[in-house]
Design a protein around this ligand. Structure first.
Ligand code: SAM
Length: 232
């Protein structure tokens, strides 16, 4: 269970109404039972329920069961698409160990104005709980393509998923260190955006195979590919 609270021995954590409903109403837990807690930075803790009511409750941390495990330093920079498909990207990116998610407004991005950062962060949280991660990747506010690259630190390499390379043999990067995967929107990157990325020394254009993948499939494939080659 995720809690927005420091976790340490004997630390008491008050539950929100939703959490109390989930633990006592849905999971049928009660005083004396234990729950695994994480907050994204203190690892996982076993906590005992010391008070349980319909709309609230208190847990007390007993012992750390796992240390914080940081994913590799890999960001996913993606153009938001339709709501459910963007949520799918976020969910799978968390499962596949992305450390930060950056929605990006490109020339052909339709959905950026309607993007709800809070909802996507909640999706990331659910995914982290689901896959028992101890780290919670942040979901940034939407950033403009140009602005993002103006401020780009070249020490972070870019795996530029370029659909115009579809069918050319993929050359996979071998350099370790911080990386970011770039995935375009439904309509792909514009010619100017492609030129800009190709002109950056830190960018590595890559094909994800001979067919044009949907943006969410491309994100999943690129994350898997990167993790298999450079992840730990
Ligand atoms: N129209 C489809 C859709 O609605 O999802 C296709 C979208 S594709 C243009 C979206 C992005 O996925 C591209 O900008 C690129 O980043 C990535 N992509 C898709 N297929 C790819 C491939 N074969 N190689 C490299 N990148 C690919």
């Amino acid at each position: 269970l995720y809690v927005d609270h420091p976790l340490a021995a004997s630390e008491r954590v008050a539950l929100s109404r939703e959490q109390a409903h989930y633990l006592f109403g849905v999971m049928r837990l009660d005083v004396g039972d234990t729950v695994a807690l994480f907050n994204g930075h203190d690892g996982e803790w076993e906590a005992r329920i010391i008070a349980a009511a319909k709309k609230n409750g208190v847990l007390e941390c007993e012992a750390q069961t796992r240390p914080l495990q940081m994913p590799p330093d890999l960001w996913l920079v993606f153009a938001p698409i339709r709501k459910e498909r963007t949520a799918f990207i976020v969910e799978k990116a968390v499962e596949l160990g992305a450390a930060r998610l950056i929605p990006m407004q490109t020339g052909f991005t339709q959905a950026a104005n309607r993007l709800r950062q809070d909802k996507l962060q909640a999706t990331a949280l659910e995914a982290a709980e689901q896959c028992e991660a101890t780290y919670l990747p942040p979901v940034d506010p939407v950033q403009r393509f140009g602005r993002l690259l103006d401020d780009w630190n070249p020490a972070r390499r870019i795996l530029f998923c370029d659909e115009t390379l579809a069918g050319t043999p993929a050359t996979l990067p071998t350099e370790a260190g911080p990386w970011a995967i770039f995935i375009g929107p439904e309509g792909g990157f514009t010619e100017a955006e492609r030129d800009r990325l190709r002109g950056m020394n830190c960018a590595h254009p890559v094909s994800l195979g001979p067919r044009i993948l949907r943006a969410e499939t491309a994100a999943l494939a690129a994350l898997t590919l990167w993790q298999a080659h450079l992840g730990d």
